[in-house]
Design a protein around this ligand. Sequence first.
Ligand code: CR1
Length: 790
Amino acid sequence: MTKDELKSEILRHLAFSFGKDAAHAQTRDWRMALSLAIRDRVVTPWFESTRKTYEGRHKRVYYLSMEFLIGRLLQDAIVNLGLDDAAREACLELGLSYDQVLADEPDAALGNGGLGRLAACFLDSLSTLGIPAYGYGIRYEHGLFRQSFHEGRQVEQAEDWLSQPHPWEFERPEVCYGVGFYGTVREGEDGAHWDAGDMVVAKAYDTPIIGWQGRWANTLRLWSAQSRTQFDLARFNEGQFAGAAEPEALARTISRVLYPNDSTPQGKELRLKQEYFFTAASLADILRRYHSEYTDIRALPKHVAIQLNDTHPAIAGPELVRILHDEHWVELDDAIEIARGTLNYTNHTLLPEALESWHEGLMRHLLPRHMRLIEQIDDWHARTSKGRKMSTIDHGQVKMGELSFVLANKVNGVSALHTDLMKKTVFSELHTLHPDRILNQTNGITPRRWLRTCNPTLSALITDTIGSGWEDDLDRLEDLEAHVGDAGFRAAFAEAKHANKARLANRIRAIRGVSIDPDAMFDIQVKRIHEYKRQLMNVLEVIALWDAIRRNPGKDWTPRVKIFGGKAAPGYHTAKEIVHLINDVARVVNADEDVAGRLTVVFPPNYNVTMAERLVPAADLSQQISTAGKEASGTGNMKFALNGALTIGTLDGANVEIRERVGDDNFFLFGMTADEVVERRAVPDHAAEAIAASPELARAIEHIERGSFGPGEPDRHRHLANLLRHHDYFLVCSDFASYWKVSREVDEAYRDRDRWTRMAALNTARSGWFSSDRTIRGYAEEIWGATPAI
Ligand code: CR1
């Protein structure tokens, strides 16, 4: 498609899809028109992909996920279709700023963090590889909350991405399924019947997901909840206006908001309803498609692979057994085997508070038939697995991890270390019973969005150096290694990084009013705020550094800009206190003339995918400092390394594999290992001991206690200081000395800019393995038995 064709398509949509005259069109109108012009180009490959899938009778992959953190879609589609030059020029000729048009798109935040973003990267790779696949999830009216700061404290507002039409989706009013809840189970001669007490309707919305170079497109199908009963005109006419609308409002509650918690689910009925709602609708849809092609329900595992993204869709197990047994008359044991042959489960966390479990009573009340089947599945497992009774139901709780495991063909972890710990801890018993079931698939990121699109400067340099083709064959970045010894290449690499930093500095000045120097080290920690991720340790380092600079102002300190970004779950008190402390510290440090130009702290509110796309290319240093054993994988760590940032990190999650690949000389390692963490926790007074041994840490904590960051309110952050001294579960104190020491080595390393650039370039050259294309190939071969259809 040429620039002129695109231009006329934009004008056509402006007039005929939106009824706008170019003379009166606003940025929004232009963005919508461009989106539809681009979307038109997606539709043909999309249809073509569906046709090929049916014709080739290919196995289909279904990725069930409560979260898809997709972010913006317009530029992604443009880049994948190779239309970036055409789109930029077309906009220019229409008198528009291309960047401004792109920036008008809301960020679709239908996810909390890593788990949801991984699902989005997987969709991109599935399409790029041409594997026939559907993503299934919920079309939340309100995605993850919008974060702002009021006097340093986090304030949450409802996010509203659907307040304007969403140009990427197709509403499918004809694709809808009833989803039942509550009611009773009748045991008759002919088996069990579930008479649901209540029913809502799940309606489909489809978004095509186009792969690299438009070769293939899959579908993301999201469900919206609707009332089954019609608007109650009689009630309305009686004057009960609100009452007449009530059934609709109640039903819609199910797809109203994304559960805003990251890693700490609470037993809430609505959440369980959401889980069953989207799982049941997805399974009904999967089976409808199956029956349109195949007659033998027993062959389901041959043609269908379902991946459960964490335990959120774990009810898929009992639901599939229910359908097979109650509706298709398959013997119970066979039904269980067929379900198990079809389902697979990915575990994303070992944090005990994040392992889902539901009160047996709630489960029986909401899903009576499923609760009965869960008991039978438990019995079946006991019968078939060396006579051992498993603990799917334990102390009146249904444990969804165990249930998912028992009904899965394969169970996978998301990094080598995490998978190993899964075998040794949460699933040790089940692993002993089923030693072949657990396998590892280390996470990955899509290089289209996380290098090609977000970092055009570095991408151009890479293409100039090794040619194109690396975008869907990221191992080719290895070819860069031969150029790292070349001073000209290094200079160009450093220049690309500097340009990205200057761009970010301009934005931060414009938006936050803070001036930062692009020559300073940009040191970035962006992710959800959580104690295990240890933003608190990072801010302690800021305090200690501020204190050290003030004590020794004559020293030639390496200038640093500390950038934080991330949201705290609304109910997670300590995380919110950490947000508050970072903001308070930023205010004090940034106002201090003594450290000006050497240390600056920036915490832009409302971190999201779009912000990540700006920060990642501009980072020098990536903070991956979780307590070893706690971060299942991390994926931000991969994005930064790929874009030429050096990591300061612990041996946790995928950091281990990043370090192995980029080389230990090009990675700043500190801290205890997962085993040492366990030992250390057993030491009485470990925190007191560590504080006594580190004067920097001691002074930093004393500053907090003295109220250095709580003007007029010295006790403001005392709780955090107490936590550090007396309840330091995540071992911030015990790892601090090592962190501080290595961070000073980072300062030193940054002073030799050419050496730094060499290390940074090696990070890029050696990060190709972290492409989600590699991850998806692994899933396809080792879990799904699916092959590309192109
Ligand atoms: C993990 O915390 C991992 C992502 C994706 C998160 C993170 O380390 O990279 O999953 N887990 O696998 C999670 O959100 C609910 O669990």
